[in-house]
Design a protein around this ligand. Sequence first.
Ligand SMILES: Nc1ncnc2c1ncn2[C@@H]1O[C@H](COP(=O)(O)OP(=O)(O)OP(=O)(O)O)[C@@H](O)[C@H]1O
Ligand SMILES: Nc1ccn([C@@H]2O[C@H](COP(=O)(O)O)[C@@H](O)[C@H]2O)c(=O)n1
Length: 211
Amino acid sequence: MIVTIDGVAASGKSSVSGGVARALGVPYVSSGLLYRAATGLGLEAAVDLHDAPALLSHLQSHPLRLEPLAAGNRVWQGGRELTGELHSTRVDRGVSVVAALPEVRAWVDAQLRALPSPFVAEGRDMGTNVFPRAGAKFYLTASPHIRAVRRAQERPEDVPAIEAALVRRDELDRVQSAPAPDAVVIDTGPLTLDGVIQTILAQLPAQLTSA
Ligand SMILES: Nc1ncnc2c1ncn2[C@@H]1O[C@H](COP(=O)(O)OP(=O)(O)OP(=O)(O)O)[C@@H](O)[C@H]1O
Ligand SMILES: Nc1ccn([C@@H]2O[C@H](COP(=O)(O)O)[C@@H](O)[C@H]2O)c(=O)n1
């Protein structure tokens, strides 16, 4: 059983996926964390983020491992955990460049498809490209302002700067971020986090919640 939760930047995908996954007793899979880890490694090694062959060769010689847990995803390079460094403004600025490279997308997709189900998968193209046959699909949205106000609780930048960066990232990610035609679209603006989680749980087919 696979449930996909896609959506725009900071729409609540990780928090909601974690809540849904915990309720179902399965892990969730953060595809964005793999793109962030590829970006973080590239920045660390001063690889040109537009240079797909150089980046891919670096990723192949420094393999990443995603650890999908309901409590939160972690990513490792060998014995070194990278997770804590990846939700920075620096990585936010570079990640869409890396995610636009078809070679990197194929590398991420192969890792995701190799994971044992059941799980909840969150990202941009989980329901369209990576798991088109998922049992249930959701797509989260909210206005850039609401998303920026929420994110400002976690970052030192002010709301207008965060909002501008989110709008820019949405635009750079637009190609891979279209909702699946069969996804349920949820505007999280008027809902609490728990409200979004309960809305999703209420719409899951019975065979998924009892699996
Ligand atoms: N419905 C909600 N009501 C209030 N706060 C929320 C809601 N959904 C998410 N949040 C908060 O918004 C922030 C962003 O959520 P989260 O990190 O889950 O989004 P995301 O889509 O995974 O982000 P990114 O795309 O950058 O990885 C977090 O602080 C989270 O607690
Ligand atoms: N399926 C996905 C997931 C993510 N991306 C790219 O990674 C960036 C970070 O993702 P977050 O979910 O942590 O925001 C995102 O801005 C995209 O560039 C992607 O392309 N496809």
